[in-house]
Design a binder for this molecule. Structure first.
Ligand SMILES: C[S@@+](CC[C@H](N)C(=O)[O-])C[C@H]1O[C@@H](n2cnc3c(N)ncnc32)[C@H](O)[C@@H]1O
Length: 288
């Protein structure tokens, strides 16, 4: 007899070989942007509106626009997300973002702000501008390379809305695949990993394996940032036969639907997206 999962919305961490036995494909690094966009499709279906903040928005691979999260999210249909805040520090990448914004159809109901500079500064301008109200469903993508997002930035995001409101939802990239090599390389600019981890004991992370590293962050998202639902989703490198985990995407939300929809996005990433009609069969109360 099959046992139902105790917490079906939490990720089941399977090796790629086991995932194949279950019939699911693992999520490969090149599908990361699709995963973000697919989740945002479900998010906006349920919230019917929303704001999208992308802290590290420039394309990693400008020659592969289909692997660019900001582009895919912006071009999701229907266009339910109304406010976009795109942040990027490198002038060349800002150029790509300008081009992307220029390609968008005219839509008076949608605003797109481009913030050039360090996200750890821009976020304070964005939050202070008054656009993200307590009632506005808001999602923030933190697609850093390694240690670029300060812990203080996560605190500002988590504390922005009044107590009792649903906090700004987060997708946080944790580069477990290369942190073991990257962290010891900080011999001079030690303030960088310290600000990223937000504590002086960042060197202790070097001894942790990928799952323990993810768990160390996951617990802090719950306990220190106060998110109700936090889970780490593994993203695998396809080239390695055994499928090394390159990073975890830590998803933090206060909305009870969020982990279920994330599970749906992760497991169905290689399958065609459900139509609005199919989604409405599941959520008839959302019919307009
Ligand atoms: C991993 S890439 C983002 C990939 C992108 N999300 C995609 O889907 O292709 C990280 C981006 O963040 C930018 N970046 C690095 N440090 C930053 C900072 N402190 N503030 C804002 N952007 C930063 C880099 O220039 C780079 O374009």
């Amino acid at each position: 007899m099959e046992h139902p999962l105790l917490f079906p919305e939490l990720p089941e961490l399977l090796s790629p070989a086991r995932i194949r036995q279950t019939g699911d494909e693992p999520v490969w690094t090149e599908n990361k942007a699709q995963l973000v966009a697919r989740y945002l499709y479900y998010f906006a279906f349920i919230t019917r509106h929303g704001a999208y903040i992308d802290g590290f928005a420039g394309p990693k691979r400008p020659d592969h626009p289909s692997s660019w999260a900001a582009k895919l999210v912006m071009e999701n249909e229907p266009r339910r997300l109304r406010e976009f805040f795109l942040c990027e520090i490198k002038a060349r990448k800002v150029g790509y973002l300008r081009e992307l914004i220029g390609q968008q159809p005219r839509d008076p109901g949608r605003t797109i702000e481009l913030h050039e500079g360090d996200f750890n500064r821009s976020i304070h301008e964005i939050l202070a501008s008054g656009g993200i109200t307590d009632k506005k469903a808001t999602f923030c993508l933190v697609d850093q390379f390694t240690c670029q997002c300060r812990w203080d930035t996560l605190k500002a995001l988590a504390r922005h809305k009044a107590p009792g409101s649903r906090k700004i939802e987060l997708f946080y990239f944790l580069a477990t695949g290369w942190l073991k090599r990257a962290l010891p390389a900080f011999t001079r600019n030690t303030h960088v990993p310290e600000a990223w981890w937000g504590r002086e004991d960042w060197r202790s992370l070097v001894d942790l394996g990928p799952y323990s590293l993810m768990e160390a962050f996951r617990v802090r998202f719950e306990k220190e940032l106060g998110y109700r639902y936090v889970a780490g989703w593994p993203i695998y490198q396809r080239q390695r036969q055994r499928g090394k985990i390159m990073f975890f995407m830590i998803h933090a939300s206060d909305h009870p639907e969020a982990p279920k929809q994330m599970n749906r996005a992760y497991r169905n990433i290689m399958k065609p997206r459900e139509s609005e009609e199919q989604m409405l069969l599941e959520f008839p109360e959302l019919a307009e």
